[in-house]
Every structure is written in C-alpha cells, then in structure tokens.
Write a protein that binds this ligand. Structure first.
Ligand SMILES: [Zn+2]
Length: 193
C-alpha cells in the first residue's frame, strides 16, 4: 500500500468514517488486534497500523478480531470460519513444536471440545490431522529442496528422532523419506546427465 492510500485510509480511521468499512481492516501491531476502520476503540497510532484488504489475511498474519467492532460479523467469514483460520495460522507457525489440542485451545482462550468441534465442522478434519498435513507438506518440500539429513528434516517438522520421522512418513505416504527423495529428485539427476 502506498503512503498516499495509507494516509487516506488512516484518516478515515481517525474520523471513524465508514468509507472503507469492509474494504480495509485495521490491524494494530502492538495489540495484535484487527478492527473495522470505524471501530470506536482508542485510535491506534499510524506507525502501529497495517491495513489488510481481507480479514482472512489479517487473521493469517496472527491478528485477533476485535471484540468491540467485530470485524467478522456480517462479513464473508462466519465466526466459525474465523476460528478455523486462526487455528490454521497457529499451526502454520508452530508445527515444529509439540502442538496439542489443549495448547491450541488455550492460545485461543476457548475449550478444547469447542475448538475440535468447530474446526472439524468448517474444514472436515481435526486440528491434529491438519497439523500432520502441514508437517508432511513441509517435510516433502525440505526433502526435495534442502540438503539436510533425514534426522534434520524430521526435527524441522517436529520429530525428535529420525526413526520416528521415517515411520510416520511411511505411514502417511506409503514410502520412506529417502525413497520419496529419490522419486522426486533422483530421476531428474539421471535425466540431466
Ligand atoms: Zn475494533
């Protein structure tokens, strides 16, 4: 966003005008909260503000919807979908760590039961399954793109030992990490020689 546009949108925030309501969302870096431009809460300092075109973008960047102006209400995203996007954002940044349902629920200040139920309703699978999918995607990417060892790649996606990582990878994909690596880049090397 260029400075001119930023100033224009920021001015509407200062004046609490509805010109950009539903067009831009005011994300405040110091509080990690995202608001409508018309929010009645304290006006944030311009240097702490990032404007997002979509609420989803702001949530993916880790911002929480403001409880006062409820940017998710009457929008394209229903509250359930908002929660699912928030869960995805946490998984996407913390898949390397031990990520349990209760840890996820605690960081969103809701009950594990509620989280599990809503997330599954929106996405069709559990947060645990989603975490595994994210880990697998990252592991596959590293196997193809990095020169790291199997143990290092396992550690990078949350597995402490190479053998745990290998057996998990086999279970998910039907082949071992080394076989996957060979399938993806082994053939290519032979072709180019
Ligand atoms: Zn607000």
């Amino acid at each position: 966003m260029d400075q001119k546009l930023f100033d224009l949108v920021y001015q509407s925030v200062v004046n609490r005008e509805s010109t950009y309501d539903g067009v831009y969302y005011t994300a405040v870096r110091t509080t990690k909260i995202v608001c409508r431009p018309t929010c009645r809460a304290k006006i944030p300092h311009a240097s702490n503000v990032t404007f997002f075109h979509s609420l989803e973008g702001a949530l993916q960047a880790g911002y929480r919807p403001c409880k006062r102006c409820k940017p998710e209400a009457n929008g394209a995203l229903r509250p359930d979908a908002v929660l699912a996007v928030q869960v995805d954002a946490i998984i996407e940044t913390q898949y390397k760590d031990k990520l349990t349902l209760s840890l996820l629920a605690a960081s969103l200040a809701i009950s594990p039961y509620h989280l599990q139920r809503v997330y599954k309703q929106v996405t069709g699978y559990s947060p645990a399954e989603k975490t595994e999918r994210v880990r697998l995607t990252h592991a596959q990417k590293l196997l193809v793109e990095s020169r790291a060892s199997i143990a290092e790649i396992g550690a990078a996606v949350g597995y402490r030992s190479a053998s745990h990582f290998t057996s998990w990878f086999c279970r998910r994909t039907g082949i071992s990490p080394t076989a996957y690596q060979y399938e993806q880049i082994g053939g290519e090397t032979i072709d180019s020689e």
